[in-house]
Design a protein around this ligand. Structure first.
Ligand code: AMP
Ligand code: ZN
Length: 466
């Protein structure tokens, strides 16, 4: 299997530390708000990565953290803790906020057929491990205390910034950002804040340096090493984590363990864009999965949409593009339904079917090329030289990775209303065709009274529970 390693900026053969095993750590959500569909794109990419390894015989240990403390509004240790800010604005406790948005996040993941990580761990449950690492760094001479905070000194290591290929001299002279005056080097970062910075911080713990709370980056070093050991295979996240968060994770972890490299492969998902650029929580303009569901889409329409782009390319969201993904997914579901009668359990595939199977495998093994993988499935479905039973077998085979619930397709389309409801829906479609919009609107109102919203999609009108 070949994957792109951000550290080397190239596609490389994946060589696991332990044969046929993959240890992978993925930076999880900061649970002060709903995940937006951009965040979810990154988790879909990580799910595809995991499923691909599993499909080809690897045993995957997948660890994901939940950031419930320490993530400040600014990347340079500036600003307020995002959780505390949400608490102040909503009047709810930080712990209630964390628990609410963590549940909401896993509901989104479930709807998107994202497998639950083998280990999900919360930052607030791992303060002791973080303190241990900071103590080790202090003993190794990598820290200093200024203004009550403990800082990591990047000048104590010789390869700071290697992941992002930072040019430190340029950064120093051209630094435009306002720098914390406690820092000896503008790129130094906080390992532990004491209460000197935010006096009313609710989440605080005792530490050898005073009561306070951790900087953001230390949590991922602490939890990944606790659950995967001091040297593991893959670390993932969105590309925005490269210049600061992952750079700092590497600095402190390698300084602490002496292991170089700490992680063998770094993989990053590109952004989901909207009209204005990167979709982001802080800009306040973002779409959630629930909003797509309210508009009548299925979560898997969004999953399909994500699969149409390679994870290392930017993907621009629009409702037109989502409609196209929905039509394609529904067509795939219909095709699967048509093929159900041909089901047979023969394991033998003809040579033409085998060719499509290897085209799919090649695409996935070539750095998770989902657009090519989907294209190979569509081509196969249109090929009269492949028997129906083989087509169905290949759809099921691909669905282990694509996870579009194609294996769950039943002979009868699932209906959420009675025969009468569907007769009304059909009558409305006819009225629309005849351009009798008044009648169509009346039927829509009648269906609403019966508890259904009518959604017009490119694949026809559907009923959604009101
Ligand atoms: P956060 O909850 O803000 O810590 O972000 C969770 C994950 O989503 C991180 O891996 C980010 O890198 C990633 N992310 C943030 N914005 C986007 C976006 N617009 N598109 C794709 N991934 C994103
Ligand atoms: Zn992280």
């Amino acid at each position: 299997m070949k994957i792109y390693n951000t550290m080397d900026r190239k596609v490389e053969d994946f060589v696991p530390i332990k044969e046929k095993c993959v240890s992978m750590y993925c930076c999880g959500p900061t649970v002060y708000n709903f995940a937006h569909i951009g965040n979810l794109r990154t988790y879909i990419f990580e799910d595809i990565l995991r499923r691909t390894f599993e499909k080809y015989g690897y045993k995957v240990r997948h660890v994901m953290n939940i950031t419930d403390v320490g993530h400040l509004t600014g990347d340079g240790d500036d600003g307020e803790d995002k959780m505390e800010k949400a608490s102040r604005e909503s009047g709810k406790s930080v712990y209630d906020i964390a628990s609410f948005y963590t549940d909401a996040f896993f509901l989104d993941e479930k709807r998107l057929n994202i497998k639950r990580p083998s280990v999900v761990c919360k930052a607030t449950d791992h303060i002791a491990q973080m303190i241990e690492i900071i103590k080790g760094l202090e003993e190794g001479g990598h820290t200093y205390i200024a203004g009550g905070n403990v800082y990591f000194s990047i000048d104590t290591i010789d390869d700071y910034g290697k992941l992002a290929k930072l040019n430190l001299d340029e950064l120093k002279s051209g630094a435009r950002i306002e720098v914390d005056s406690n820092k000896r080097n503008p790129k130094d970062f906080v390992l532990w804040f004491t209460n000197s910075k935010f006096k009313d911080q609710v989440m605080q713990w005792d530490s050898p340096w005073g009561r306070g709370y951790p900087g953001w980056h230390i949590e991922c070093s602490a939890m990944s090493m606790k659950y995967l050991g001091p040297h593991f295979d893959i670390h993932c996240g969105g590309i925005d984590a490269i210049p600061v968060h992952h750079t700092n994770e590497i600095a402190q972890s390698e300084a602490y363990t002496g292991n170089k490299p700490w992680v063998n492969y770094w993989m990053h998902g590109e952004f989901l864009l909207n009209d204005k650029g990167k979709m982001s929580k802080s800009s306040g303009e973002f779409l959630t999965l629930s909003l797509l569901l309210e508009k009548g889409y299925d979560a898997l329409d969004y999953r399909y949409f994500c699969l149409t782009g390679h994870y290392r390319s930017q993907l621009k969201f629009s409702f037109e593009a989502l409609d196209m993904a929905r039509s394609a997914r529904l067509a795939l579901v219909e095709k699967t339904r048509e093929l159900l009668d041909s089901r047979n359990d023969s394991a033998v595939l003809s040579s033409s079917a085998l060719e499509y199977k290897s085209a799919f495998d090649d695409a996935m093994n070539n750095d998770l090329h989902t657009p090519q993988a989907l294209a190979s499935i569509w081509k196969m479905l249109k090929d009269p030289g492949v028997a129906d039973a083989e087509k169905l077998a290949l759809i099921y085979y691909a669905d282990d990775i694509l996870a579009l619930s194609l294996k769950d397709v039943k002979k009868e389309a699932e209906r959420i209303g009675s025969d009468e409801d569907y007769a009304l829906l059909e009558e409305r479609s006819q009225a629309k065709k005849m351009k009798d919009y008044q009648k169509a609107d009346q039927i829509r109102a009648a269906l609403l009274e019966r508890g259904f919203i009518v959604k017009d999609t490119p694949a026809g009108s559907i009923l959604v529970k009101a």
